[in-house]
Design a protein around this ligand. Structure first.
Ligand code: GLY
Ligand code: MN
Ligand code: MN
Length: 440
């Protein structure tokens, strides 16, 4: 049997440090965060468990049925509730820490059995001025929380009171998750590198006659070979007209000579996501129209990335990409008119209908506000996000036929640095580099 001493060398200081910082920001009160429920089993089939990102960010603890309670004040307390050890279940499902070992290994002041929540939680809420949790995220959890609050209220005659203020814990958690620390960046770089390698393999493997799913298989094999636990999201491997379906999921069509292939796929490593899209010709050679459209999206992405530096606004890369794309749509005769007017009327949305990026981290669409007090927020060092302009051209009489069914997106992940930004993802990106890679 494993003993607590076995885990003494685990470095979980980064999680304790995060909790300490959150408690300092809170100043007073108690924060309670539960992890995610287990995915229901399908008869005797078992799925890998994925924790709740907030909970894992605070604890580094990866078992289901766990709750962290953090109490602010002069003597902050960090308490974990987790599953008891259970030798019978461990034979079937694997190791469980149990409260005693988890307390030691994960740096908690106290740890209790998950079964003790109803007994212990009301006491932890007693006389606290404020309760912070992720309000409304999970209705069952809301109900449980109200039950514990009411238990405290029912004890009022013994002189205790329940928290009079309830605050959404995300106001602290999201802001901190938005700025990645070194521990997080190391994991994100690894996710980015594994995903980059997978895109290179996919480019090299692609040729007419294969199917979209065969290229997906290359990606998935490389994710696992690189040590990633899972794809960060469902891979999109979309050839020809399928690339104009933004959330294409089937990945079952044959790859045709002359078509483009759009791949939006990346790995999750150490619970952090990458998010990469590349678009390239199935036969390894861009046609003239494909090259024109591709180089337009590439120019939009390059300009958007150049707009990223501390102090610029969240929306600057998007506005920059929209301007470049709109001018290009006019030049390619996809739309007619004057660029400012076409942006104003959002005419460009016919061919570019999504936004240019999103925060990236433990979640693919990561935590964090995009506006503060009604204004697009300023970029700060440590923020990580995607830059993913695209162009999606469905057949229509008023559109030059050479562009019909061309769907292109180029997506990379960036980190805001002190002076500008660093691109974390590096599959071949220019026409020449892609054609070289596919020729090798
Ligand atoms: N792969 C999800 C996204 O690009 O937002
Ligand atoms: Mn994305
Ligand atoms: Mn993507």
């Amino acid at each position: 049997m494993k003993s607590a001493a076995k885990f003494a060398d685990m470095d979980n200081s980064v999680y304790r440090q995060r909790r300490r910082k959150i408690l300092e920001e809170m100043g007073e009160g108690v924060m309670i965060i539960a992890t995610a429920p287990e995915v229901p089993r399908n008869r005797d089939t078992h799925y890998p468990y994925r924790h709740d990102s907030y909970f894992y960010w605070l604890t580094g603890f990866n078992e289901p049925e766990a709750v962290v309670v953090m109490i602010a004040g002069k003597q902050p307390r960090h308490i974990l509730f987790c599953r008891e050890k259970n030798e019978e279940r461990e034979i079937w499902d694997g190791f469980r820490y149990g409260p005693k070992a988890a307390r030691e290994a994960f740096g908690f002041d106290e740890a209790f059995s998950h079964d003790a929540l109803d007994h212990e939680l009301p006491g932890l809420l007693e006389n606290q001025p404020m309760l912070a949790y992720t309000i409304g995220r999970d209705l069952a959890w809301d109900t449980q929380m109200m039950g514990w609050l009411n238990t405290v209220r029912s004890r009022a005659r013994s002189g205790v009171h329940a928290p009079s203020r309830m605050v959404d814990a995300r106001i602290w958690l999201d802001e901190m998750r938005l700025i990645k620390d070194d521990h997080e960046l190391a994991l994100m770089r690894r996710a980015a590198d594994i995903s980059t390698a997978a895109h290179v393999s996919a480019m090299r493997a692609t040729r007419p006659g294969l199917h979209e799913y065969e290229i997906e298989a290359e990606l998935l094999a490389d994710f696992r070979r690189g040590g990633a636990e899972a794809p960060a999201y469902n891979s999109i491997v979309a050839s020809g007209a399928n690339a104009c379906v933004l959330h294409y999921v089937f990945n079952n069509k044959p790859l045709r000579d002359g078509d483009l292939l759009l791949i939006d796929a990346a790995a999750e490593y150490g619970s952090y996501a990458a998010d990469i899209t590349r678009t390239f010709p199935v036969n390894g050679q861009f046609s003239a129209a494909q090259k024109d459209a591709y180089e337009l999206v590439l120019a939009a992405q390059t300009a958007a990335i150049e707009a990223i530096r501390p102090g610029s606004r969240w929306n600057d890369p998007h506005d920059t990409a929209v301007r470049v794309l709109t001018q290009g749509m006019v030049d390619l005769k996809l739309i007619k008119g004057e660029v400012d007017g076409l942006i104003e009327s959002e005419a460009y949305k016919r061919f570019y209908m999504h936004r240019t990026g999103h925060w990236l981290g433990m979640d693919v669409h990561d935590a964090g506000e995009y506006k503060l007090n009604g204004e697009w927020r300023a970029l700060e060092p440590g923020m990580t996000f995607t830059v993913e302009p695209g162009l999606y051209i469905r057949p229509a009489e008023d559109v030059p036929e050479a562009f019909w069914n061309i769907g292109i997106r180029i997506e990379d992940d960036v980190l805001v640095t002190e002076t500008g930004c660093e691109v974390l993802t590096h599959p071949p990106r220019t026409v020449a580099d892609i054609e070289d890679c596919m020729r090798d």
